[in-house]
Every structure is written in C-alpha cells, then in structure tokens.
Design a protein around this ligand. Sequence first.
Ligand code: GSH
Length: 340
Amino acid sequence: MKMGITNWVAPGDKSGEFKRGQSQFRNFIQKGGEFPPEKGRYHLYVSYACPWAHRTLIVRQLKGLEDIIPYTSVHWHMQEKGWRFATPEDKDTPGVEVTADPVEGHEKYTHLRDIYFQVDPEYKGRFTVPTLYDVKQGKIVSNESSEIIRMFYTEFDDIIEDKYKNVSLYPKELQADIEASNEWIYPDINNGVYRSGFATTEEAYTKAVTTLFSSLDRVEEHLSETEGPFYFGKNITEADVRLYTTIVRFDPVYVQHFKTNIRDIRSGYPYIHKWLRNLYWNSPAFKDTTEFTHIKAHYTKSHTQINPCSITPVGPEPPILKEDEEVPAVKFALAMAAQK
Ligand SMILES: N[C@@H](CCC(=O)N[C@@H](CS)C(=O)NCC(=O)O)C(=O)O
C-alpha cells in the first residue's frame, strides 16, 4: 500500500503508532520583515473541524483581528485530495457555507492543495489547516498553528483597536508555566487523542489512551487547586486556548470515534467540565468559533479506515451542556446531597 493522504499510520510501520509530521512553512509576521503586519494582506484558511485551526480562530477573535485577517473555512469532508472548498452543490449541506477561495487569482482553485502547489510546485508535505497566506506576495507565511497564534498575540498590536491591545495571552510572568504545560498537554492530550484514534495496534492504542487519561487527571487536579475560572487564574491565556480545542471535541467525537472512552468529560471530570462550559458560554471567541456540525461530520465521515460506513453518531445530545445542566446521575447526586 502506498502512503496516501488518508493513511494515518505509514504502511509497513509495525509499531502501529501515528506520528504527526512537522509543518513545512515557518515564517513570521514581523514589522520590517518579509511579512509585515498589514490590514487585509493575509488570508487564513481553516477548517472549523480542526482543533489546530480552531486555535487561530479563537485568538483572531480574542485579539480583535476580524477586520484585519479575513478567513475561509473549507468543507468538512476531507477526502483523497485533502481539504476542498465548498461549491454551489453543497448549498444544502448542514453547516457548510458556500465559500470558494476568495483570494484574487485563486478563482479556479478547488482544493487547499492548489495553494500549496502554487507556492511550491514540488511541495511534498501535507496540505494542512491552518494555512496563513500572504495575498500580496502569493506566499504561505506559516502552516503551524502554535506559531500563527503567537504572531496574532503581538504583531498586529499597532493596528488593532485599543481595547484589544492589552489582551495578553502569553504574559511574561506566566510564560514559563505556559511552556511547561504545553510540554505535556500537546503530546499527551492534543495529539494524544489522535494517537489513540489512529493507532493500528492494540498496544499503540492502549499506550496512547492511558497516557491521555493520566494527563486529563493531571489537568483535573490542577483545575481543582486553582481559583480559576481559567487555567492560570483570572485571565484567559494560551493554555486555555490550546486545551479548549481538544476538550470541546472530546465528548461529541473523540470518546467514540477515537475510542478515548475510559471516561467522558461531562460525567468524569467535574472541574474540566466547569472550566470548559465557562469558556464556551461566557467568552464569545470560544462559542462563535465552535461549529459542532463540522466537527462531528468531519471526523466520522472523513476517516473511513476507522468508520467505514461513515455513520455519524447522534449523541451525545446536546454536544455541550448548559452551565446549569448536568447529566442525570450528577443531578440526582446533587439533589440527594441537598436533602441531607
Ligand atoms: N502542526 C499543525 C497540524 C495541523 C493539522 O494536522 N491539521 C489537520 C487537520 S486537523 C490537517 O489539515 N490534515 C490534513 C492532512 O494531514 O492531510 C498545526 O498545529 O498547525
């Protein structure tokens, strides 16, 4: 079998472990650099389904960059040629807004890969979202979400509205703590769900899923010991953004699709559940950018090696509970406790 876009474990790799490749475009937006900050100059390609792209949408909104950096979300269905743009035939597809690639000169582009090949006809890497594209020069600035969000934190500060200037997602005094949490949350949790779900041996799966849950236990313990409401206290930081995009997909998709089912969030992790719902219901940058239709349809219908009939499970309903709602067992326990 040759390595195709939908082989998540390299054919012949006996370990059965999913190994994520390195992003290929790693430039930075910077004053005076090759990619200077400018309104309307950069276009962000995302998929609402993708947790890495989701980071960039949240930060774009938290930093008030909506008028400065336009974006396009691809269709949720990823097939052999990778992500594609929606077409007029998709007009009745739930959740899909029909948006062709709006960038001038891209009228004929049907897939995200067309942009990668325009930039580099010899490109051999993967065609991933998010992709930050410089419209003026016809170049890709970056396809690495962890670096795109950091550019958004500071590099546009001279052209955003004043009220967003002191939104600091990576404040000096917390940088060491944020780096330390990224160090295990990325491999064990953000990528850990993929390592569980894409594993092709029992051993690789079991190793990934048990590591994932010990790290979720660690997050739970951390949240039970801090005042909150955010990961590092009173203000939203990078740690919240990076954890949120995995946790909000956990119950609706990962528990069944990636078999990360030792527990779920809503019944197994009260502190994470509280932290998650606070972000979703009280901070518009999180709720507005969370599209459950894309999230559920993408994973369940694109990964046919895991789900060959592409049936999208109906539950859990709702995909996220209101802040004053609980699963019946929790509600019952609370009612019993109140009677005592
Ligand atoms: N390291 C990248 C990972 C991005 C990534 O893997 N995106 C997935 C979607 S969730 C993708 O576009 N995959 C397409 C492919 O690998 O062919 C980042 O964080 O930006």
